[in-house]
Design a protein around this ligand. Structure first.
Ligand SMILES: Cc1cc2nc3c(=O)[nH]c(=O)nc-3n(C[C@H](O)[C@H](O)[C@H](O)COP(=O)(O)OP(=O)(O)OC[C@H]3O[C@@H](n4cnc5c(N)ncnc54)[C@H](O)[C@@H]3O)c2cc1C
Length: 202
């Protein structure tokens, strides 16, 4: 049983995983089992090039980011389990946990973060009830989002990135994934707001 599974290892998903991973020594996060499903074939990042994203050198290719971000995650926070080359087919709500069914396995998790981008149609069964037209992307682009309240779709189910209804910019998607991570950490911390900061003088 995972405590959290993140579906999608693009900008918002990996950003969420990095911040969850960074809390590894906090008492409320000790022994939490965190996973991220890193199927990358459908990633829109494959054809992107970035000149306008904070902290990212101009000219950085999305295809490079896909590899480098997962290398960063595995070297800095190896306790976050990367589940490679599996595509999620459906999610089932079992009331106290979720079943995540991929083309190869079935996983169980108390919390799920869906971070798969806003492509239409929705490719994961079990989320249909929450799908609406995207509210902040031009209608001509035919994008979708999940209905949510500050990223929370329903108990234990979060959405991050463009699928949460944000405009499609790397920095916004990264911030959305980070916001979800700090909400989950605050939940684990008995509802007390939390952030994870490192500093050179500590
Ligand atoms: C061509 C192009 C150029 C861009 N240029 C810029 C730019 O210059 N500046 C800028 O700020 N932004 C740019 N963007 C936008 C930016 O890339 C997106 O806003 C950002 O990637 C969205 O992040 P996300 O996490 O919502 O989705 P993504 O980063 O797309 O991540 C979604 C992930 O989910 C995975 N996935 C999908 N379905 C499944 C499934 N069923 N199971 C498991 N995994 C799944 C995908 O493989 C992917 O890895 C560009 C986008 C494109 C396409």
């Amino acid at each position: 049983m995972f405590d959290v599974i993140i579906i999608g290892a693009g900008v918002s998903g990996v950003s969420c995983a990095l911040i969850l991973g960074s809390a590894k020594e906090r008492p409320y996060a000790l022994n939490k089992k965190i996973g991220i499903i890193t199927h990358q074939k459908a990633s829109s990042l494959q054809t992107a090039v970035f000149n306008n994203a904070y902290g990212i050198p101009a000219g950085k290719l999305g295809s490079e980011l896909l590899e480098e971000s997962l290398a960063h995650l595995s070297s800095t926070y190896p306790q976050v389990e990367q589940i490679e080359k599996e595509k999620v087919i459906s999610i089932e709500d079992d009331k106290t946990f979720y079943k995540i069914i991929t083309n190869k396995n079935v996983f169980e998790s108390k919390i799920v973060v869906v971070a798969i981008g806003a492509g239409n149609p929705m490719t994961i069964e079990g989320l249909e009830d929450f799908v609406v037209p995207h509210q902040k992307v031009p209608a001509i682009k035919n994008r979708i989002q999940l209905k949510n309240n500050d990223h929370l779709v329903k108990d234990g189910l979060y959405v991050a990135g463009v699928l949460a209804g944000h405009r499609s910019q790397l920095s916004i998607a990264a911030g959305s994934g980070a916001a979800v991570a700090t909400d989950i950490l605050s939940l684990w911390n008995d509802g007390n707001h939390t952030m994870v900061h490192d500093a050179i003088n500590k």
